[in-house]
Design a protein around this ligand. Structure first.
Ligand SMILES: [Zn+2]
Length: 74
């Protein structure tokens, strides 16, 4: 699987801070959602200030750049 430059540099599916990628909408101190990296998989999470929810099943692809996230790059 060859990644495009956009996919390699996509902030929405690469960790920007501890485990978190860039929020897809909103901000970390506001209401938002984005991807979170945990134990080799990416999960969709959403938060409302201090209340955070994380989906049970891993995300299969980045919603922004379409990079497959269910197959880790070696
Ligand atoms: Zn991406």
């Amino acid at each position: 699987m060859k990644l495009t430059e956009k996919q390699k540099n996509c902030p929405y599916c690469h960790e920007q801070a501890d485990y978190y990628a860039e929020p897809i909408t909103g901000g970390f101190n506001d209401i938002g959602c984005g991807l979170i990296h945990a134990s080799g998989n990416w999960y969709m999470s959403s938060w409302d200030f201090d209340v955070m929810k994380v989906a049970d099943n891993p995300v299969i692809a980045c919603p922004m750049c379409k990079r497959p996230l269910n197959e880790e790059e070696k």
